[in-house]
Design a protein around this ligand. Structure first.
Ligand SMILES: C[S@@+](CC[C@H](N)C(=O)[O-])C[C@H]1O[C@@H](n2cnc3c(N)ncnc32)[C@H](O)[C@@H]1O
Length: 434
């Protein structure tokens, strides 16, 4: 539609490629200033971007700015006399322009032409000047992007303190690329996919592939699930003739594993929207589970189950590869908050397992407060539970149990094959009454 006379033509329409960059700026603003997750921010951005390639470019720019922010900021700071405030629009526009040149291989002229309108009415000359200075620095070799992203300072300090420098460096390496595509399978039948099998019923494809275009996706034999995320349900083994409470179940990767292993599953989650995805997943894979929308702090089962899987809400710092926003948003305060929620959930659900039954606790977090410390406290305060140490024969070869018998997947594991998510998993048994 032609603009009406006197109606200003928006910059978006005059500059090709600008809508995606404007959306990237909005996404980054939502994450860095309003504390939204990138996924939440994407939901808002999608309404404004009709072209799927613009959506994926906007997401790609924002995700890579979040990954490379420390290095981009160091370059920007090397080219300014007075440091730009962290939340200045000019800094964000520069990060967006630089990441395109340095990581996404966008030509310089396109990167700067689409960055300048982002600071409309603001310091365009400054942005242009800093961009040009950085480009010269790159040409002369004075500046260079490091091989891997550096973690944000607080995360770096925390992880060096908890896991050591080698692990923190491996996390930077893991952060540099979107993760490979891991698939879990419903059964042991042969498949025709061209990937690597790292465990039973698992195939790892290279990243960048879209799952919906893989052969037999509609046949429902597999679903996307990181190898580490598949470990909690593996510990529960064959469930034929037995009941399980799958608590905090949505969107349902573990529910499908449990149903495929023969368990009679009640899958409970408080998010109706996430449970809709679980329903779709079950329909596609032709697997069965009873779905209950409920807050676990209000709901209770009519009788205890043979087993229970609590995949508790957590800081999610273990899934930083696919959610690059998480390391910018999570600090000591949020970790303490989540640990408190996990403690309440564990205390509430502990009586829901039959005597002699199994409780598997999992979090996709790299914070001991949500894992090892949580279990120490739980076992101290619940003498009716004991730890069943996990052994190597229950795990893929690349993942070793800890000395205590927990699973603690770290960024150093599977580093030559694309890494895996950071999980903590504990296997407990409720003592028999006798
Ligand atoms: C780590 S995710 C679960 C992932 C899931 N188990 C899977 O494998 O796909 C945590 C889930 O906990 C749910 N949740 C958080 N607090 C809850 C509560 N009080 N009651 C029930 N579900 C809750 C969230 O909605 C979220 O879906």
């Amino acid at each position: 539609m032609r603009p009406r006379r006197n109606e200003p033509i928006s910059n978006d329409k005059k500059t090709p490629g600008l809508p995606a960059r404007t959306a990237a700026l909005r996404l980054l603003d939502a994450v860095c200033r309003r504390g939204e997750t990138l996924d939440q921010a994407m939901a808002g951005a999608i309404a404004k971007l009709h072209n799927p390639s613009d959506r994926s470019l906007a997401h790609n720019i924002a995700a890579n700015v979040l990954r490379w922010m420390t290095a981009l900021d160091a370059m920007i700071d090397s080219a300014t006399r007075k440091r730009l405030p962290d939340d200045a629009k000019a800094r964000m526009a520069l990060r967006i322009a630089l990441v395109q040149v340095l990581v996404l291989e966008t030509p310089q002229h396109a990167a700067i032409a689409t960055a300048l309108p982002l600071v409309h009415g603001g310091p365009r000359r400054l942005v242009h000047g800093v961009f040009s200075t950085v480009m010269r620095g790159l040409e002369t070799g004075k500046l260079a992007l490091p091989e891997y992203p550096q973690l944000p300072g607080e995360t770096w300090d925390r992880w060096v303190d908890r896991w050591g420098e080698e692990t923190a460096l491996a996390a930077g390496q893991a952060w540099s690329q979107p993760p490979p595509l891991d698939l879990s399978f419903r059964d042991d039948k042969q498949n025709s996919l061209d990937g690597e099998t790292l465990a039973d019923r698992h195939v790892r494809m290279t990243s960048g592939q879209s799952v919906t275009t893989l052969p037999d996706f509609d046949g429902g034999r597999f679903w996307v699930q990181d190898l580490a995320a598949s470990l909690p349900a593996r510990l529960l083994g064959d469930g034929t003739g037995k009941t399980i409470l799958d608590l905090c179940a949505a969107p349902g990767g573990k529910t499908m594993q449990l149903a495929a292993a023969g368990w009679t599953v009640q899958a409970i989650d408080s998010s109706a929207k996430r449970l809709d995805r679980l329903r779709e997943n079950l329909a596609r894979t032709q697997l069965d589970a009873e779905i209950i929308t409920a807050d676990l702090m209000q709901w209770a089962p009519s009788e205890p189950a043979d087993a229970l899987l609590l995949d508790a809400p957590c800081s999610a710092t273990g899934i930083f590869r696919r959610h690059p926003d998480v390391l910018h948003c999570i600090g000591a305060h949020q970790i303490a908050d989540r640990a408190e929620v996990q403690k309440m959930l564990l205390n509430r659900v502990a009586p829901w397992v039959k005597p002699g039954g199994q409780l598997v606790y999992a979090v996709c977090s790299l914070e001991p407060e949500e894992g090892e410390d949580q279990m120490d406290e739980f076992l101290d305060s619940h003498p009716d539970y004991r730890l069943i140490p996990i052994t190597q024969d229950q795990l893929p070869p690349a993942i070793a149990p800890t000395a205590e018998g927990y699973i603690r997947t770290l960024p150093t594991m599977l580093a030559d094959k694309g890494h895996c998510d950071g999980f903590f998993i504990a296997n407990l048994r409720r003592k028999d009454r006798t």
